[in-house]
Design a protein around this ligand. Structure first.
Ligand SMILES: NC(=O)c1ccc[n+]([C@@H]2O[C@H](COP(=O)([O-])OP(=O)(O)OC[C@H]3O[C@@H](n4cnc5c(N)ncnc54)[C@H](OP(=O)(O)O)[C@@H]3O)[C@@H](O)[C@H]2O)c1
Length: 309
């Protein structure tokens, strides 16, 4: 598998195995996070050539960006392709999405401060709002790109129609949306559109929050949001585990584990140029890099397709 890949139409070259950092300082997502362990995850990633880091204002909020920024200072800035996201706006207790040009520009300035850097390689509009025309929102990011504050433009959680509007002038480089072997809607319209328009598709929840990492069994219990998630309950959980079990012989034949086969399968999909599995431990970061050793045969790719269709 190629060890480097370009994002969208941009000049950014990343290791296709990136790092999602919502468990680095993401105290509002996971309870009892150890910040030093989180920083070590980021440090280990960069030390091992995993240069594509994915954070967001809302992870923490703010704290993930701050911790990623602290670790980045230990390295050469050029060695890192840093992605962050904005759109969440706190109004008292309520959180709304805001894609207005002014809000996005302010979000970028605030992220730059938290990350202690003078440019962001990839800035995503984290969620669509209801009011702002998407090409206007992206127009604000284009201005920031021309000023050198960001290097490429992303959107996240946009529908295909919203993406088409956002990309009216051809400025969108990357879309990040939920996609994994259990959730494949993107294959219908999204992946064909992104492939035709040179937009990279970065799937989030690549392991379906750990389920596709192949380490859970019927007796596994969870103390976070997964305790309430239908994927991790009763019969559905058992059926999902049975599907994951069918990946084991394929993993064994390739001399790797289930997580690597899963990530390699995504990277065979049109326009999926990079993945950003999350990790809570440095060990997982190093482990995910084994994906680069996997070359699935056409037969194995179809077999996996059938197991999860
Ligand atoms: N744009 C958006 O709206 C959005 C939304 C959600 C996430 N994201 C991004 O996508 C990233 C990935 O999502 P995610 O982290 O929530 O879910 P995920 O990648 O599907 O699952 C991550 C979990 O898988 C387990 N894991 C990772 N590597 C492993 C390995 N090699 N072996 C065994 N288990 C392994 C760990 O779980 P345990 O250690 O807990 O078992 C880890 O916390 C996030 O960090 C974030 O950057 C974006």
């Amino acid at each position: 598998m190629d060890k480097k890949t370009n994002l969208g139409k941009s000049e950014l070259v990343v290791n296709p195995i990136g790092l999602g950092t919502n468990a680095v300082g993401g105290h509002n997502i996971y309870p009892n996070l150890d910040e030093e362990a989180g920083k070590d995850v980021v440090r280990t990633a960069v030390e091992h050539g995993m240069n594509f880091l994915d954070t967001a204002y809302i992870y923490g909020p703010e704290r993930s960006e701050e911790l990623v920024g602290e670790v980045m200072k230990e390295f050469k800035r050029d060695d890192i392709i840093l992605a962050t996201k904005g759109a969440h706006q706190f109004k008292g207790e309520e959180v709304v999405f805001n894609n207005s040009p002014d809000f996005l520009k302010k979000s970028v300035e605030d992220s730059l401060k938290r990350l202690q850097t003078d440019y962001i390689d990839l800035f995503y509009i984290h969620f669509p709002d209801e009011d702002t025309p998407k090409d206007e929102a992206v127009g604000a990011l284009k201005e920031l790109r021309d000023e050198g504050k960001i290097r490429s433009i992303g959107v996240s959680n946009f529908s295909v129609d919203q993406l088409k509007q956002a990309n009216k002038d051809g400025y969108v480089d990357v879309i990040q949306s939920e996609y994994n072997l259990f959730k494949r809607e993107a294959e219908k319209e999204m992946l064909p559109y992104t492939a035709q328009n040179q937009i990279s598709f970065v799937p989030y929840f690549p392991f379906a929050s750990g389920l596709l990492a192949g380490k859970y069994d019927e007796n596994t219990t969870f103390d976070d949001y997964r305790a309430e998630h239908p994927f991790f309950q009763g019969e559905a959980f058992k059926e999902n585990l049975a599907k994951v079990d069918q990946l084991r012989p394929i993993a064994e034949k390739n001399g790797v584990g289930v997580p690597h086969v899963v990530l390699a399968w995504y990277l065979n999909q049109p326009s999926i140029d990079a993945v950003i599995p999350g990790a809570k431990r440095s060990k997982q970061v190093v482990d995910n890099l084994k994906t680069l050793e996997v070359n699935l045969s056409d037969d194995e790719i179809s077999q996996i397709d059938r197991i999860f269709s």
